[in-house]
Design a protein around this ligand. Structure first.
Ligand SMILES: [Zn+2]
Length: 151
């Protein structure tokens, strides 16, 4: 369930460079097209891992995919003032963040906020999806209603 639509600013949400899928990321982008965030799950165990993980770090086994809630908390962030690529030039300054999903895995993602000076560790976040023209639906995070859940 996503209760943060009011926090999403469509003018920013639609921005960003387009991203193309490959075989390894196809299931991730299929989920994103359904407005769902997917992470890796150990097929032989119960561990959940970030989308870019290719083999289970615990047992070495194969990984499947599972949709998660999209709820997270802020771990760390940086405000990017100088565009790392021409495709990001109109986005600067923007916030890049490490977030901890409620289900455990940590993700690197863009965080769309009005005022980066008000960010703090533990801030409750929710996933949203950008739809760059011609590319895949791409998750980013926004501040959820409810504020800080853990100090
Ligand atoms: Zn495993």
């Amino acid at each position: 369930m996503r209760g943060t639509e009011a926090d999403v600013r469509p003018s920013r949400a639609s921005e960003g460079p387009s991203v193309d899928r490959d075989d390894a990321s196809a299931a991730f982008f299929d989920a994103a097209a359904r407005q769902r965030l997917a992470v890796r799950r150990c097929i032989g165990g119960d561990g959940l891992f970030a989308p870019e993980v290719e083999r289970c770090p615990r047992c070495g086994g194969a990984l499947g995919w599972i949709d998660v809630s999209g709820h997270a908390q802020l771990v760390s962030w940086a405000v990017v003032h100088r565009s790392p690529h021409p495709a990001f030039a109109e986005l600067v300054p923007f916030v890049t963040a490490v977030v901890e999903l409620d289900e455990g895995p940590w993700l690197h993602a863009r965080l769309v906020v009005d005022d980066a000076s008000r960010l703090e560790p533990g801030l409750a976040l929710a996933v949203a999806f950008a739809q760059p023209p011609g590319g895949e639906s791409v998750p980013y995070f926004v501040v959820a209603t409810g504020g800080v859940r853990r100090p």
